[in-house]
Structures are given as structure tokens and as C-alpha cells.
Design a protein. Structure first.
Length: 197
């Protein structure tokens, strides 16, 4: 590889955890720098399309035009509530349980309500959790995002009747950089000696 080649840049949406794969990359490709770039969900495709990212761990769905995407895993949606909220008395909740709640929708939540009436304008997850911690409202996010923003004055419970959100690995169809295939191999669990199959 030429010394002037730029680092391989992999974006990751809030809550996604690329560390394990990045560690394997750094062991196998020590001479090829890897940059991990945090991205907001609303910007997850932009970096791929403008060339500032080589690949990105995205929260699905995405616009698949000109993009390849490998679905990787599902995430359980959870309701984040204040620590004294009635929902903390149970292990899980349904949307019906939340009917009378004020829903706060972070713009990077990974969940789009279909019927729910939103009582707050969209805001960041951090701000939404702040609102919830103050004893007002409920926010629904993937469990990984709830864990990332967990505070002592909040709790979260799985929402059993919402479909899971999905995380996938996306890249431009036209990106033929061999490092893309190398990273896919790592994500798919190929050993260093295995060939692409």
C-alpha cells in the first residue's frame, strides 16, 4: 500500500459498537490506519455518498440506491423513563402502557412513531433523556442508545410490541477499495487465512 494512502474511515451511528472489529483490523492491518468516525443517524448516509467515509455502521432502513448493505444485528427498542416512573415496577411495557405518556422523540432515536402523538419537538437523545430525567415524558430508543445515555435518575424497559431496529454495514456500490472487502471479512468472522467465499 502506498504511504500516501488516506486512512480507512468507518463511520458508526450512535449506539453501534465497532471496537471489536476495529481491534481485529489493527492487528491484521497494522500498516493500514483505520479511523472510526461517530455519526448521527440523520447523517449516516451522507458520509458514504460524499466520500468522507469508506463504510458506515448504519441504523436501518437506509436509501439503498447506490449502496450495498449487510444487515448485522437487531436491537431491542426500550422506553426510557424517570427512575420513579410507574413503568419501573414491571420488566417490560407495551405501547398501550405508554398511551397517556408525553412522548419525546430524539431525531437520532432509530424509531419513528406511526400513530403516537408527540408532545415535544425532536431533539438530541441527550436532551430527551434530560427531559425524561426531570420526570416529564418517555423516550423510545434502541437499547444500545439507552445504555449509552443511562443516568442514575432514569431507567429503561423493553417495549414488547415494537419491531426491533436493525444495524447494518453499508458502503457505496462503486467503492472497489480492497480494504472494504477486508473489513467485510472481519465483520463476517473470517479468519486471517480464510479466502473470500
Amino acid at each position: 500500500m502506498p504511504a500516501t494512502q488516506p486512512p480507512f474511515r468507518v463511520g458508526f451511528v450512535t449506539g453501534a459498537t465497532p471496537d471489536k472489529w476495529a481491534g481485529i483490523w489493527r492487528r491484521r492491518h497494522a500498516d493500514e490506519p483505520l479511523d472510526l468516525v461517530p455519526v448521527e443517524q440523520e447523517d449516516q448516509e451522507t458520509g458514504l455518498r460524499d466520500g468522507s467515509l469508506d463504510m458506515c455502521l448504519v441504523r436501518l432502513p437506509i436509501d439503498r440506491a447506490d449502496l450495498h448493505c449487510i444487515p448485522l444485528y437487531d436491537e431491542v427498542p426500550v422506553a426510557v423513563v424517570g427512575k420513579d416512573h410507574v413503568a419501573t415496577a414491571v420488566d417490560e411495557v407495551t405501547l398501550e402502557d405508554l398511551d397517556d405518556e408525553q412522548l419525546v422523540l430524539p431525531h437520532d432515536s432509530g424509531w419513528q412513531p406511526s400513530v403516537a402523538q408527540l408532545d415535544w419537538p425532536p431533539m438530541s437523545v441527550r436532551d430527551a433523556v434530560e427531559v425524561v430525567a426531570g420526570g416529564t415524558g418517555v423516550v423510545i430508543v434502541p437499547m444500545s442508545v439507552a445504555r449509552l445515555h443511562h443516568r442514575k435518575d432514569t431507567a429503561y424497559r423493553p417495549v414488547t410490541d415494537l419491531p426491533p431496529t436493525k444495524v447494518g454495514l453499508a458502503w457505496l456500490v462503486e467503492n472497489e477499495d480492497p480494504r472494504v472487502q477486508a473489513f467485510i471479512g472481519i465483520v463476517r468472522g473470517r479468519t486471517e487465512r480464510s479466502s473470500r467465499g
